[in-house]
Write a protein that binds this ligand. Structure first.
Ligand SMILES: Nc1nc2c(c(=O)[nH]1)N=C([C@H](O)[C@H](O)COP(=O)(O)OP(=O)(O)OP(=O)(O)O)CN2
Length: 167
């Protein structure tokens, strides 16, 4: 397919089930954080990819199922940023002891996920999920030219991150 007659489509996938319920606290500085609380985080996925002669890019079931599976890996956990510059996290038997400023918070290991992110913000969660999506759906294999993952912590607020195929 030449560059000129390539037909690209932009799929937007934002199914209600692409969500995860999780506890977290956002850290604002070396001394300031919010209290532990939860959200139903909503995820959306946008993909740009070519449409074949059959008028189809891929069955978007493939992408929806992957997004849903990724959401399930985060569902009903307390999420901690393992790369936060403000936290010192150690496991002590079946607990994580999390030192922040002048306090130590304790979380059950069974209910907590340490994510490779710097904060449990929507922006950092979008970076994390984008990396997971690219790992699960290699763009070269699926002809994906651009992908954006958005994470919302509530109506009217979200963060997103994107990957774009190098020209
Ligand atoms: N850049 C970011 N700022 C904030 C984030 C974030 O993810 N990225 N997250 C929070 C808090 O986690 C909080 O849960 C949501 O923030 P808040 O402003 O309190 O918004 P509400 O969901 O409570 O909605 P309002 O109706 O606007 O109060 C804070 N900042």
């Amino acid at each position: 397919m030449t560059q000129t007659n390539r037909r690209l489509t932009h799929l937007v996938l934002a199914k209600e089930y692409m969500k995860f319920s999780a506890a977290h606290f956002t850290i604002f500085s070396v001394t300031e954080r919010e209290r532990l609380h939860g959200h139903n985080f909503q995820v959306s996925l946008e993909l740009t990819l070519p449409v074949g002669n059959d008028g189809l890019s891929h069955s978007y079931r493939l992408f929806k199922d992957q997004a849903r599976a990724l959401c399930e890996t985060l569902d009903e956990y307390c999420l901690l940023p393992n790369h936060s510059p403000y936290l010192d996290i150690h496991q002590n038997n079946n607990e994580y002891h999390v030192k922040f400023h002048n306090e130590t918070l304790r979380f059950p290991v069974s209910d907590t996920l340490l994510l490779p992110i710097k904060n449990t913000s929507v922006e950092e969660l979008s970076f994390y999920l984008l990396e997971q999506i690219i790992r699960a759906l290699p763009p070269v294999k699926y002809g994906i030219e651009h992908v954006t993952v958005s994470v919302s912590s509530g109506a009217g607020q979200s963060g997103s991150s994107s990957w774009k195929k190098e020209e």
